[in-house]
Design a protein around this ligand. Structure first.
Ligand code: LMR
Length: 343
């Protein structure tokens, strides 16, 4: 009896060893049996609401990882800037205070100017073009740049296209922007975009935007419907212009040293789960933005105006200087890897 049990344990342990070497161990740990001090904890910090596309995807990722590792890996999600804000997140990742982030790509542009490519106004006719760019040579180059600062880009998630909101007048033609001040994410292309139509850009962290709109520190901002809706920007804005003028997406980032410290089978579970969640997230982001646009329409607090293709084209032309400035900064070849396009 005793001999049989020793034999059984030897087989179990040997199998687990072989599976972990092959990097494809399935669930090797039972959740019930994982002591707290044996778990791998991944703190995943982000700045948007839990019911935003990014928030929903981060929670789904956490749930699936818990199930698939039997609780051995616990992803703790901190939404809404509750742990770290814009401007603090990247440093926290570097110090190892958090292990995962999903900043808007614009927020990488201070460290990696090439990433401004994704901020160019009217650079993509649809999200498929963004996905193609990011899975091709340009995307690989951009992701490789992150490694020079010991960061690893594991996935690119969408939010969608940005719209304008403001308090002064409906923004239909380029001249309507003149003299107004808009909050932007910290990216020179976005500053240049507003300068091109005679407006002032005011970079500021996401968690400060609601207050800045409420106090009139800025007249308006640009964001996706889901951010406008979940942060209730519509409560202090009179006008919402459906311009679809710029892409907003995220890089799911980890610290390269932390990543290397993980067992191979854990990395594989995380990577496979992220790939699956990315497909889900991209579809869900579109649905969330559509659903929340309908909710804004129903609430009727903000006046909503869809731009016609001709109106979008006039804005696109007016934003041209932002493209020229970026060419001077990161080179013509890279900028020309995207083509002007109107969603
Ligand atoms: C913003 O700062 O407006 C957005 O990047 C927030 C986000 O992460 O979607």
């Amino acid at each position: 009896m005793r001999k049989k049990s020793i034999f059984t344990w030897t087989v179990v342990l040997f199998s687990a060893f072989i599976l972990s070497l092959s990097g494809c161990a399935p669930r090797v740990v039972d959740h019930q049996q994982v002591a707290k001090n044996e778990e791998i904890v991944i703190k995943f910090s982000h700045v948007t609401a839990a019911d935003s596309p990014k928030g929903l995807a981060a929670s789904r990722f956490a749930d699936l990882v818990r199930q698939r590792t039997g609780g051995y890996v616990e992803v703790q999600v901190f939404p809404n800037s509750t742990l770290y804000k814009d401007g603090e997140e990247l440093d926290a990742l570097k110090r190892g205070a958090v292990q995962m982030l999903a900043p808007a790509t614009s927020k990488l542009s201070g460290l990696f100017p090439d990433w401004q490519l994704l901020d160019l106004p009217y650079a993509f006719p649809d999200l498929r073009h963004v996905h193609q760019l990011m899975s091709g040579p340009v995307g690989k180059k951009l992701l490789a740049e992150l490694q020079t600062k010991k960061m690893l880009g594991l996935a690119v998630w969408d939010n969608g296209f940005k719209e304008f909101t403001d308090n002064k007048r409906p923004l239909i033609q380029p001249k309507d922007f003149r003299g107004l001040r808009f909050r932007v994410m910290p990216s020179q292309v976005l500053v240049d975009q507003f300068a091109a139509v005679g407006a002032e850009a005011y970079p500021m962290p996401f968690n400060d935007v609601g207050k800045a709109l409420g106090t009139g520190l800025v007249d308006g901002e640009e964001n996706t419907i889901s951010n406008i809706y979940t942060q209730q920007f519509d409560r202090s804005q009179k006008y919402l212009t459906l311009s679809d003028h710029g892409y907003l997406g995220y890089v799911v980032l980890t610290n390269a040293d932390f990543w290397q410290s993980l067992p191979a089978w854990v990395r594989k579970v995380l990577q496979d789960t992220l790939a699956e969640v990315t497909v889900w997230e991209r579809a869900e982001a579109q649905k969330v933005n559509e659903r929340q646009l309908r909710a804004l329409e129903k609430q009727g607090k903000v006046k909503i105006r869809h731009l016609t293709p001709g109106e979008k084209e006039a804005l696109q032309k007016a934003f041209n200087p932002a493209w020229e400035h970026l060419e001077a900064e990161i080179g013509r070849n890279l900028v020309q890897s995207v083509r002007p396009g109107i969603p």
